[in-house]
Design a binder for this molecule. Structure first.
Ligand SMILES: [Zn+2]
Length: 187
């Protein structure tokens, strides 16, 4: 039977959504942070950690690729340790588990859907941050921004949604470890 942990490539998919509320003290929103970049915006995500939906979706994509459960199980939002936590720690733990499983990042493709703020000039810094936290090159990370055309909660600026697809690649040495031993008599 095929063991997924032997596959040379594996894919994972991550998704996250956070409600956007006026920032405290006007509401329960936290400062708007995405991929570790702080945006000047009157609304921010509601969440137990810092509410960085992009890092959360990247974490789930990596965990999914290696067949782990998900961010909510690994880092329960009932745990006071993660109250207001910088979400890069979640990505770092997922990347660590990925390497323990013998894989490296192939490429990561991110789609952010929100009406405001515009990602614009911050796109490069966000890509750089994702690559740094994952331990890969910026060229392995792609980031697209879309709006929701004014429709539904996202279109009305009341939520942000992030989708991430990640391809991970088995390290060559780990791949060799998994090959059956060579039968010297058949060479
Ligand atoms: Zn989240």
């Amino acid at each position: 039977m095929l063991d997924p942990s032997d596959l040379p490539f594996r894919i994972g998919y991550g998704y996250d959504l956070h409600r956007l509320e006026p920032i405290a003290p006007d509401g329960e929103g936290r400062p708007f942070i995405l991929a570790g970049v702080r945006f000047d915006h009157p609304r921010g995500p509601v969440g137990h950690s810092d509410g960085d939906a992009l890092y959360h979706a990247v974490t789930d994509a990596i965990l999914g690729a290696i067949g782990e459960s998900d961010i909510g199980r690994l880092f329960p939002d009932t745990d006071p340790k993660y109250e207001g936590a910088d979400s890069d720690v979640f990505v770092e733990v997922a990347a660590h588990l990925m390497r323990q499983a013998g894989y490296e990042i192939g490429n990561v493709d991110v789609t952010v859907i929100c009406e405001r703020p515009k990602l614009g000039d911050n796109r490069g810094e966000m890509i750089h941050n994702v690559a740094r936290v994952l331990g890969c090159e910026s060229s392995q990370v792609n980031l697209k921004g879309k709006t929701h055309e004014g429709v539904d909660a996202i279109g009305e600026g009341r939520a942000i949604e992030v989708h991430v697809a990640a391809l991970i690649v088995k390290r060559q040495d780990a791949l060799r470890d998994n090959l059956p031993p060579v039968d010297a008599d058949k060479i």
